[in-house]
Structures are given as C-alpha cells and as structure tokens.
Design a binder for this molecule. Structure first.
Ligand SMILES: O=C(CO)COP(=O)(O)O
Ligand SMILES: O=C[C@H](O)COP(=O)(O)O
Ligand SMILES: [Zn+2]
Ligand SMILES: [Zn+2]
Length: 316
C-alpha cells in the first residue's frame, strides 16, 4: 500500500481506544522485522526516523527503504520524523515523502514553541502531511532530580489546551513522567495518570507517549548472559502502558527495546560462535528477537488485527 497519513491512523486509534506503536528504525533488518510482523498480525504501524538515524543511514535512504517495503504490505504504514529539531529538518522530511512529522521545540519557552510549531504546521498541512509537537520536557536519567523539580517539566493541562488551539497540530506528545533510554529511574518508573486524564479532558486529539520502552526481563537476561554490562536498567511497566491507552494515548514510541533486541541477538551469535564472520548470520538472530518485541508491543497496545478494518472517514 502507499504510505498512510498519520492523522488518519491515529484519529481512528483514539476513537476506538487502542494505540499504534511508533518504532524507530535505522537499517534494513529493523525495518523488515517491523513490517513483516505488522503484516503477520494485521496491525497499522508507524516507522520513525530520528536525527541519529538520519546521521547514521541518511534520511533519503531510510525514507526510500520504508516507502518501498511498505508498498508491498497490506497494513497502513506511516513514515514519521521523530523529534524534528527545526523548520529546516521538517522541510527536508516533507521533501523526502514523510507522511507525518514531529517538530520538537519543547525546550523553548511556550510562545517560541508555539511559533516554531505553527510554521511547521503551515508547511506540512500545505502538502497534506500530519504534525506532532511536544509540550513539556522528557527527562534523561532522573535519579538525581527531586520530585518537585521533575514536576516542573511535565505537561500542564491548561497549557496543552492553548497549545493545541494556537498551533493547529494533529497530535500532541505529552511529558507525564516517562523518559528516553533504558534507565527510567529507580524503583517503579512512573506515569502520572491523573495528569494524563486532565490533559485528555481538554485535548481531544490523539496523545503521544515518548520514552515508553519496557526494558523486558528476557532481553536483560540475554544481554547479561553474553557479558553485557547494563547496570540496573528499568522500563515502563506494561500495566502502566495498558492503563494510559483508554486515557487518550494513541501513539507510543519505542526505540530502546528494539536496540536491546538487535544487540542481544548479535551478541548471542558472536559470543557463542567465535568462528562466525558472516554478517547475515550475525544479524539474523537479532532480527528474530526484533520480531518478538514488535509482536509483544502490538498485543500490549491492542493494535493487532486493527488493520483488518478500514480507516474510515475522519470526522470533522
Ligand atoms: O520516545 C522514543 C523515541 O522518540 C523512544 O523511547 P524509548 O527510549 O523508551 O524506547
Ligand atoms: O528519541 C530518541 C530516540 O531514541 C532516537 O535516538 P537517536 O537520535 O540516538 O537515534
Ligand atoms: Zn522533546
Ligand atoms: Zn522521543
């Protein structure tokens, strides 16, 4: 199928109460694992390209790869720019054929975030592409941040309502306690469900959750079994993800769990087969583990089977 429009896929998800995973991809193997699994389980899916991916593999290379492979599957596939840094980056993604872009000006003061987001919305909507923007800020490793300090970075529900009205975006990324990477804080990394409910009461658009990897035990075990020095990583619990979806979260970003899966497979082959130097054999196991993670996310988020019903008209 041709690439799907982000707004069509996410409006349906929020309306029907499930979420669509947005997986980061950097290479052929990850793209294959995501698309093959989406096709097998009948799930719509986002593939997103980060700045790191652009620097590693090239924006056009990845866009062409995703578009070409998506043309041979029957499920809706959205090609999304993850954390677009500025207007220039957004324009480059539009030119490369993305069907969804994120402008992340959340580190700027509110009015500047609004202004930068607005001009990206004007450009993207002029060519029919959907836009995600972010309000509030996700943290890195949060261990040293006091709770009241951390609260200051979370999305304010009233500001969220104003931000949506003033920018014209199609979906909103919210900061409600999650953070990027494998170390989301000690104990139980939290999602502020009460705040999410307040935001969702004021914003009817699909909401987006970044930093949502679960850092599953089976991948930690595999990494450690091959000598990886991981420290003490913790992810978002499945039950928190499950609870956030009926509260309005319709797009859920996953990168770290994919990194762990591919690395675990590579390490297993290399460590257990010191004579092996065929890169295809070294990468295949990682691709199998990627498929397992992707499948688990489709089940967790209620996305499996949703591509088997039509996207339908987007209500006014
Ligand atoms: O939000 C993300 C990319 O935008 C990825 O989050 P994780 O690091 O939790 O996978
Ligand atoms: O949002 C962050 C993603 O995990 C991508 O990170 P990256 O730029 O290192 O690819
Ligand atoms: Zn951000
Ligand atoms: Zn993110």
């Amino acid at each position: 199928m041709p690439l799907a429009l982000g707004k069509d896929v996410l409006d349906k998800a929020r309306r029907e109460g499930y979420a669509v995973p947005s997986f980061n991809t950097n290479n052929l193997e990850t793209t294959q694992a995501i698309l093959e699994t989406a096709e097998e389980v009948g799930a719509p899916v986002f593939l997103q390209i980060s700045d790191g991916a652009r620097k590693y593999a090239g924006l056009e290379n990845l866009a062409n790869l995703v578009r070409d492979m998506a043309s041979r599957v029957s499920v809706p596939v959205v090609l999304h720019l993850d954390h677009g840094a500025d207007y220039t980056m957004v324009l480059q993604a539009l030119r490369a054929g993305f069907t969804s872009v994120m402008i992340d000006a959340s580190h700027h003061p509110f009015e500047e975030n609004v202004a930068e987001t607005r001009r990206c919305v004007e450009a993207a909507h002029a060519v029919g592409v959907s836009v995600e923007a972010e309000l509030g800020r996700l943290q890195g490793i949060e261990d040293n941040i006091a709770v009241d300090e951390r609260e200051a970075f979370l999305t304010d529900p009233e500001e969220a309502q104003r931000f949506v009205a003033e920018t014209g975006i199609d979906y909103l990324a919210v900061a409600i306690g999650t953070s990027h990477g494998a170390y989301k804080g000690k104990g139980r990394p939290y999602i502020d469900h009460a705040r999410l409910q307040q935001i969702a009461r004021r914003v009817s658009l699909p909401l987006v959750l970044h930093g949502s990897s679960g850092v599953p035990q089976w991948l930690k075990d595999k990494m450690r079994a091959t000598g990886a020095d991981l420290g003490d990583p913790t992810g978002i619990h499945d039950e928190d993800v499950r609870k956030a979806i009926p509260q309005g979260i319709a797009k859920i970003n996953i990168d770290t769990d994919l990194r762990l899966a591919l690395s675990a497979g590579i390490r297993e082959v290399v460590v257990n087969n010191p004579k092996e130097f065929d890169p295809r054999k070294i990468l295949s196991k990682g691709r199998d583990y990627l498929k397992q993670v992707v499948r688990e996310k489709f089940v967790l988020m209620g996305t499996a089977g949703r591509a088997r019903t039509s996207l339908g008209p987007t209500p006014a």
